[in-house]
Design a protein around this ligand. Structure first.
Ligand code: FES
Length: 119
């Protein structure tokens, strides 16, 4: 007789019942690279792999709206490709002017990059 599994699905992805958004396979975002993701509401994220740690920030530069996912990445810093404003992808802090952009915690679940959207 087949045993019946009564254990909860710890860490399981359940996109239909939660605000978890699956971005894609972690293996496809190599260290030192960035990818652009569109969220269901139309927002965009720039997601970075910095030495195996994943970070997500809003994708539009607060200066003139350039895509930060197209910027130049060096360690935890992304430099906007239009006018050079620099942002720390860990905190969203701008290093050029007094500005801050939104950040999103990226989790790896079953090999997939995910974020949990706040309510
Ligand atoms: S648009 Fe990013 S620095 Fe100007």
């Amino acid at each position: 007789m087949q045993p019946f599994n009564t254990k909860p699905d710890d860490g399981a992805i359940s996109p239909d019942t939660s605000r978890t958004i699956i971005l894609g396979e972690a293996v496809n975002l190599r260290p030192g690279t960035c990818a652009r993701f569109e969220l269901p509401q139309g927002d965009e994220l720039a997601v970075f792999n910095v030495d195996g740690e994943y970070y997500a920030i809003e994708n539009f530069c607060p200066h003139k709206g350039a895509l930060l996912s197209e910027g130049c990445v060096a360690g935890h810093i992304v430099e906007c490709w239009w006018h050079g404003w620099q942002f720390d992808v860990r905190t969203g802090e701008c290093l050029t002017v007094r500005e801050k952009i939104r950040t999103f915690e990226v989790k790896v679940r079953e090999g997939m990059l995910t974020i949990d959207q706040a309510g």
